[in-house]
Design a protein around this ligand. Structure first.
Ligand SMILES: C[S@@+](CC[C@H](N)C(=O)[O-])C[C@H]1O[C@@H](n2cnc3c(N)ncnc32)[C@H](O)[C@@H]1O
Length: 390
């Protein structure tokens, strides 16, 4: 008999409302632990997943408390740590800021788990993570992960491959050196370079530059990935265009119409002449001191937490001689994150806050199908193989 195959389990750090969980659950991953500090996120998580005993509301920096609650050691740990200091709005603080540096609280948990640390790690953050503080934060993040015995891979996956939302995100992976190498291609193999080249659309120059220059204790690795197929869901499939919606009154709509660029107004006029209404999505922004309405007709801009109101998305319904506008609903936020049926029992603003911070579920499913499950399944098969005694 071989040794015990690893169970298909994960621990979700910075769990928020649980959209990583949603993306992993379909293929049989079982959640043994979820951690977040925010009571409102926990409430949304519980509304959807039930009162999960494993959800631990605690500061990730309270390492002893976290490890004590982590009673089963998971195969996979995920960490969508806060992007606040790494995003454009983060004043360039990067890991010098109080939020994004909680990544090192997660690292401390891994460190203290010693030999029992998860075999697989997946991080998720904004693309700005690659370039924050001259790339120094990314270098430090992956070098620290590598110092714990993980080979590193990273790529950018945009939610627009799966849903009509522009949401590019950087995913970083740690494959523990102790894993059987079946599906994992190590940096020193020709197949690693070929697999990296084949997925060039997912690996911008700012990332590729690190392969030759960044020294890691372990090295780079990857899994042979396809490029995702283009998404077939349009904005019309996720936006409700019927009369029952909370459309604004004429003066409010006209005021916002006046904020549009001339080329967008011209496009709206052409679309108004059409039959069945079509959807658009917009954000209000201030450009050179003037309010502007930035409209997209193909896909929605990146959902964000509607702090201060201006980041909240606006919906346009255009056709049959009319232009209507309203705030995007929490249900539409859920659909744009691929979480169409997520239970929403909290206020719209709380729900939009939760969805704006979350991951796109089908992006996680794609990663699971091509990276996480193949590695787990190979490892399970390798353990199940009989050991031959000579
Ligand atoms: C980008 S969001 C993750 C969202 C999550 N992936 C989801 O799908 O909902 C980052 C999360 O980190 C949590 N967080 C921030 N600081 C923390 C800390 N010190 N300890 C634990 N969680 C923290 C926030 O409450 C927030 O929910």
């Amino acid at each position: 008999m071989g040794s015990m195959p690893p169970r298909k389990t994960f621990a979700e750090f910075f769990a928020g409302i649980g959209l990583v969980h949603l993306g992993l659950a379909d293929s049989g991953w079982g959640c043994v632990y979820a951690n977040d500090i925010d009571a409102k996120k926990q409430q949304m998580y519980a509304d959807h997943f039930g009162d999960a005993r494993y959800y631990h509301r605690e500061d990730v920096w309270r390492t002893d408390a976290v490890i004590e609650r982590l009673d089963e050691r998971p195969f996979l740990a995920t960490a969508s740590f806060p992007c606040t200091d790494l995003s454009l709005a983060g004043y360039g603080r990067g890991f010098g800021g109080p939020q994004s540096s909680s990544y090192f609280g997660f690292i401390e948990v891994l460190r203290q788990l010693g030999d029992e640390r998860p075999r697989l790690v997946m991080l998720e953050n904004v693309v700005g993570f690659l370039t924050a503080r001259g790339g120094g934060d990314f270098r430090r993040a992956v070098q620290t992960l590598a110092s714990l015995g993980y080979r590193i891979d990273a790529f950018i996956l945009d939610a627009r491959w799966f849903v009509p939302q522009s949401r590019p995100r950087l995913f970083v992976f740690g494959f523990h050196e102790s894993l059987d190498h079946g599906v994992i291609l190590k940096e020193d193999a020709d197949r690693w370079r070929q697999a990296i080249d084949r997925t060039a659309p997912l690996r911008p120059a700012t990332l590729a530059a690190h392969y030759d220059t960044l020294r890691l204790d372990t090295g780079w690795a990857t899994v042979d990935l396809p490029t995702p197929a283009p998404n077939e869901r349009s904005l019309n499939d996720v936006i409700d265009l019927d009369d029952a919606q909370d459309w604004w009154d004429e003066p409010t709509t006209r005021k916002h119409e006046a904020m549009m660029e001339p080329r967008h107004r011209a496009r709206v006029e052409t679309m108004m002449a059409g039959g069945a209404p079509a959807a658009g999505a917009a954000f209000r922004r201030t450009r050179r001191g003037k309010p502007r309405l930035e409209v997209r007709f193909d896909l929605a801009g990146c959902l964000r937490t509607p702090r201060g109101g201006s980041a909240r998305q606006i919906v346009l319904g255009i056709g049959r001689g009319r232009l209507r506008m309203r705030w995007m609903s929490a249900r539409e936020y859920a659909r744009l994150q691929g979480a169409d049926d997520f239970a929403i029992r909290v206020s719209p603003s709380q729900a939009m806050h939760g969805f704006g911070d979350a991951v796109c579920v089908p992006a996680i499913r794609w990663i699971d199908r091509h990276v996480l499950s193949p590695i787990h399944d190979h490892e399970a098969a390798a353990h199940a193989r009989p050991v031959l005694h000579r």
